[in-house]
Each structure stands twice: as structure tokens, then as C-alpha cells.
Write a new protein. Structure first.
Length: 293
């Protein structure tokens, strides 16, 4: 589950401002994603000696599935981005590119098909006490979220968003000019992120996940497989129509921010972006062709 979250978070960051991270970092992070997933998972649930080998292997299975099934598609997507980045991009075009990423993210639930019987049996064997432990760890994570995003002033939150946006943009385009930074700050302020609404959606996803896992206790393996797949699919799309509408509106706003920034870039900055995207494509192609680690 965490491997999917790592992939989703990285790609959504890329979606918002056209980046992943430094090319060498992509390879290092991706090749160790199953270890990162295991580290995160064991921070949330203490597995028994019987469960541990199967759950650890599950991270390896999902990682191998993503390498085979998803990375080639991202290489193709980066090729299309390369064709677009040298020209002007409107908000609608940015959203079209973003939608392709979203569709691939929604398909991540298919990773459950890669899990073997032992992994599914381990999920079914989660105890009530382990699920209570998961809820306690979620509560701790939620407290950290509130401290970082809800307990700060609007200006502090705006400053956080601006610094993050500048960092991502400069990874892609190179150093931004002062007037570009000012325009980016203005664009972000015109499309504020609703931290409270995001927190509410976060709570709903967490509650739905725990409810789904509780329903799978002692279930047959094929029921577990179907239940996990449905759970992951729901985690990619807000169940509540109002939440879906809010998420879509936020995405459209961010498309406008990205388009406005891109329109301000110089020929040199776009050339830098092209080189950066080519580097990403080379790295992802290499990862897709390499044997699972």
C-alpha cells in the first residue's frame, strides 16, 4: 500500500509543476521503493512473525508489477511532454497532460493482481488489535498534518506553498527570474489550497481503509484480493461527489498556475525543461528495462 502511495505522491508532485526530482534521485528512490514501503508499513502496523515474510514479499511483488506495467507508459508520457514543453501551453493543455497521469494513477489498484496467496492470507489475518494500532498511528499522522498545515497562519501556509512551488519549478526550468517568482506567488494566492477540506478528505480515506481491512479479516483469499483492489481504487477517487468536485476544481486551478508560469518562461528555460524531461525519460526507460530488485 505504501509503495503505491510513494509512487502516487511523487507523480502528483510532477503533475503540479512538471517535475519528479533530480534524475539520479529517481533511480535511487525507485530502486529502493519496496524497502521504503516496508519501513513505512511496519511503522503503522506491527506484524507477527508469521505475517512479516508475506507482507515484505508483497512490497517486492507490487514493485515488480509497477516496473513492468506502469513505467513504460510513463516513458511514453514524458515523450509527449517533451513535444509540448517548447511551445506555449494553455491551462486546458496542462490539464490534458495531467489527466493522463491521473488515469495511470487510478490504474494502480491493478497492482493487487500481483499479490500471491501468502500476501492475501496475511492481510486476512490482521487482528483487531493490529487495526486499532493502525488507527492510533493514523491519529498521530493527522496530528502532524494539523500542526503543519492547520495550526499555522494563512501567510505561513502561503509561504510554504510558494517555496515548494519555486523549488519544483526551478528543478525543471532552472532559476526563475524575480518577476516570475512574483507572478507565481500571485497565481498561487489566487488559487488557495483549502487545508481544512483536504484534512477532511484525508480522514474519510483513512476511515474507509480501516473499515475495508476490518471487513477482510478471516476472508477467503479471492475476497481479499477483490476487497483490496476496490479499496485502492476508492483511495484514488474521492467517494463523495462534493469532494470529487472540489478536487477537480483544485486541479483545474493548479493547471492555470502551471500554464501561467510556463507562458512566462524564456527560450533558455524551456530548453532546460526539455533536457530535464529527456533525462527523466532515459532514467525511467532504464528502470523499466532492468530486473526487479
Amino acid at each position: 500500500m505504501k509503495l503505491i502511495k510513494i509512487i502516487r505522491t511523487s507523480l502528483m508532485a510532477a503533475l503540479l509543476l512538471g517535475l519528479l526530482s533530480a534524475c539520479s534521485t529517481i533511480k535511487l528512490a525507485y530502486n529502493n521503493a519496496n524497502e521504503l514501503a516496508w519501513w513505512w508499513l511496519t511503522d503503522y502496523v506491527s506484524f507477527s512473525e508469521t505475517q512479516r515474510p508475506a507482507m515484505r514479499q508483497a512490497m517486492v511483488q507490487v514493485h515488480a508489477w509497477h516496473r513492468r506495467q506502469q513505467l513504460p507508459g510513463y516513458v511514453d508520457l514524458l515523450g509527449r511532454w517533451q513535444g509540448a514543453v517548447l511551445g506555449d501551453l494553455g491551462a486546458a493543455q496542462v490539464c490534458d497532460l495531467a489527466d493522463e497521469v491521473v488515469l495511470r494513477l487510478e490504474d494502480l489498484s491493478s497492482a493487487v493482481e500481483a499479490l500471491d496467496t501468502a500476501a492475501l492470507q496475511a492481510v486476512a489475518s490482521l487482528s483487531a488489535a493490529q487495526l486499532v494500532e493502525l488507527e492510533r498511528r493514523q491519529a498521530k499522522s493527522n496530528s502532524e498534518f494539523r500542526e503543519k498545515f492547520l495550526s499555522v497562519s494563512p501567510q505561513e501556509l502561503a509561504d510554504q506553498r510558494f517555496k515548494q512551488a519555486v523549488s519544483r519549478a526551478e528543478n525543471l526550468y532552472g532559476r526563475l527570474q524575480p518577476e516570475q517568482k512574483k507572478a507565481l506567488a500571485n497565481a498561487l494566492s489566487a488559487s488557495p489550497w483549502d487545508a481544512s477540506a483536504s484534512y477532511g478528505r484525508r480522514l474519510k480515506r483513512q476511515q474507509a481503509m480501516v473499515q475495508s481491512l476490518r471487513a477482510l479479516q478471516k476472508a477467503p483469499v479471492e475476497q481479499v484480493r477483490a476487497g483490496l483492489k476496490a479499496m485502492l481504487a476508492r483511495s484514488m477517487v474521492d467517494a463523495d461527489p462534493a469532494d470529487r468536485a472540489a478536487s477537480l476544481a483544485a486541479r483545474k486551478q493548479m493547471c492555470s498556475v502551471v500554464a501561467e508560469l510556463h507562458q512566462s518562461t524564456t527560450r533558455e528555460q524551456r530548453a532546460k525543461a526539455l533536457d530535464t524531461l529527456k533525462g527523466y525519460a532515459v532514467d525511467l526507460r532504464s528502470l523499466a528495462q532492468s530486473a526487479p530488485i
